[in-house]
Design a protein. Structure first.
Length: 183
């Protein structure tokens, strides 16, 4: 991780974005969201992933994440992205109902062939641009950004109306994932 944006402090939370190559709207189908959410839950349970905020959009996921120290955060991110990429790919390939596979899979294959550290396939864009949430002002700004993403995209009028987000948790409602409140 010799890039400007890197996870340097394991004690802090980070704002990250995982984006599907080509901004493909993979997550319009519940099956793919389930693979992602189940993997996040597994990483919370088994690897020490902490989620401060999250929002799953149609082509990307925003999260404020940290670690309880069980594993370095960059290893958790690597494992989460690798697992979800493999399993979503398998689901796309095997599904008789996925009408978009004829154009999605070649795009993902082409993206993988263009990167030297891939064998033949790429689901996620490689960089997640981690931004350290080192003070309350940055943290609030990023959590608000995460929660308002579906409003800005025109999907809902209120952040709490978007089911695939932690906005409900911050409004004292029960959400999908276990949340560590950041403020």
């Amino acid at each position: 991780m010799g890039r400007k944006y890197a996870i340097r402090n394991q004690e802090e939370f980070y704002f990250v974005t995982f984006t599907v190559v080509g901004w493909i709207d993979v997550f319009i189908r519940q099956e793919y969201r389930n693979i992602l959410l189940d993997s996040i839950k597994y990483c919370q349970r088994e690897k020490g992933l902490l989620i401060g905020a999250w929002c799953n959009m149609t082509s990307h996921v925003h999260m404020a994440i940290g670690t309880n120290g069980q594993m370095p955060l960059e290893h958790i991110v690597r494992d989460l992205k690798s697992y979800t990429a493999r399993h979503i790919r398998k689901y796309i390939e095997a599904s008789p109902y996925e009408s978009r596979k004829e154009w999605m899979l070649p795009l993902m294959k082409q993206a993988g062939e263009q990167k030297s550290n891939n064998k033949d396939f790429q689901f996620w864009q490689q960089h997640n641009h981690p931004i350290e949430l080192s003070d309350i002002a940055i943290t609030k700004q990023r959590v608000d950004y995460i929660h308002n993403n579906p409003v800005t995209a025109g999907f809902v009028d209120n952040p709490t109306d978007w089911v695939f987000s932690s906005a409900r948790d911050y409004e004292d409602e029960k959400g999908i994932l276990e949340i560590e409140f950041l403020y």
